[in-house]
Design a protein around this ligand. Structure first.
Ligand SMILES: O=C(O)CCC(=O)C(=O)O
Length: 277
């Protein structure tokens, strides 16, 4: 596996230092179901790890069909899951304490585990990502699960930044919809009816968003000439238990019994406020 090459004496990219989260930000995350944070990573950090993430995406993304032959989901992005298991460089990034601590603060848990990582590259000309909520796919006992969406560069509106239905983690409708043309159509109508604001704003270089598994989100198409390169890290409560599957997407190869804490080696603890006694 590749190891991050550093000039002798040069500093390691900063992925561990503390990023202060205020009580006001915790309250806003709880209210809105997501938050956008500026200046989480430097250009140097994003470049250092981004090179390796992009290398793996190019090597492993299977969908080589032209965009016009794919369905809406296939047009939305190339996705490669669990890169941390394939590269020491990505493992180092995904294990960073800076982001894991931010999510621990926002979720108000004692610590977080890795659920999985996933690179999501929206190609030049790639289509929109339909409205959906992630927890439809996950058999988790509580809502203490959140995705950090980490663009590897600044993302203008034309490149399809992630957008959010503000406060939608509390609405009841649409929880049974997989990501599809139907979820896009249905949630467009339902979210309009619920009068919730939509936050569609660009991302600065180094800005990161974090959203709850129950918050509805979407992204526009990428109309630029450059791919939209994004790494995501999905964190869950350190003490998350496996729930019984509620649909066909939730049943696959868990190394944990229903009702137990999801403590397999595939789900390492990434941050704890203090080690358990
Ligand atoms: O990157 C995208 O277009 C969608 C991302 C998403 O749905 C997620 O990170 O949960």
């Amino acid at each position: 596996m590749a190891v991050l090459a550093r000039e002798p004496g040069s500093a390691a990219p900063d992925i561990d230092s503390e990023y202060g989260i205020s009580a006001e930000q915790v309250a806003r995350f709880r209210q809105d179901g997501y938050i956008k944070l500026k200046g989480v990573f430097s250009r140097e950090t994003l470049d250092a790890y981004g090179r390796e993430i992009t290398r793996l995406v190019l090597e492993q993304s299977r969908d080589t069909r032209p965009l016009e032959e794919r369905n809406t989901y296939g047009k939305a992005f190339l996705q490669v899951i669990n890169l941390w298991r394939q590269s020491d460089i990505v493992r180092e990034f995904v294990s960073g304490r800076r982001l894991a601590r931010i999510v621990t603060e926002l979720l108000q848990t004692e610590g977080v585990r890795l659920f999985h990582d996933q690179a999501l590259y929206k190609e030049s000309g790639g289509g929109y990502t339909p409205w959906h909520m992630d927890q439809f796919y996950w058999p988790l006992a509580t809502d203490r699960v959140a995705t950090a969406w980490v663009p590897l560069h600044a993302v203008p509106i034309a490149q399809g930044p992630l957008m959010f239905s503000v406060g939608s983690q509390r609405i009841r409708t649409g929880r049974d919809l997989e990501i599809s043309d139907e979820s896009e159509r249905t949630m467009n109508e339902r979210l309009k009816l619920s009068n919730l604001p939509v936050d569609e704003t660009p991302f600065d270089l180094g800005e990161v968003s974090i959203h709850l598994g129950r918050t509805f989100h979407r992204a526009g198409p990428n109309t630029t000439q450059r791919p939209r390169e994004v790494m995501t890290i999905i964190y869950m409560d350190r003490d998350m238990r496996l729930a019984a599957p509620r649909n066909k997407h939730q049943g696959d190869n868990w190394n944990t019994k229903v009702g137990d804490i999801i403590a397999s080696p595939l789900n390492p603890i990434l941050y704890e406020r203090r080690a358990p006694a």
